[in-house]
Design a protein around this ligand. Sequence first.
Ligand code: ZN
Length: 128
Amino acid sequence: MSLSKAEQRQIENEMIFRRINEKVGSELDALDEMHREDGNEHLVRDEDFLLRFKCECSDENCDVRIPLRLSEYIKNHVDRDTFIVITDHQVDQIEKIMKQENGYIVVRKNNSTPEPNDTLKITSIDNS
Ligand SMILES: [Zn+2]
């Protein structure tokens, strides 16, 4: 099965949104690191810190935020073919629902598509 141009575009949008979310995650990691260096341990986020992640649906104009703990976000993104979208923002033609959570769903692409440009990974702090 091959993808139409429109479908390809939708998938790329989702990847771009996910990348924005991952960037937020890695910048927060850097911020935590700064707090540690400054001796302000109390400012370091814990795992339950609630973030407002961008909906990773294929609509480029979607501006919905999903309140989600960073730990949940990471857990649901172990697989690079999955995306987190708000309920009802999934597109049946390009993805299927893997998991229905409270307020959001995890979808998986029917086709895997190479990610546009470079890949940002969620970085964990390396104190060595
Ligand atoms: Zn959306």
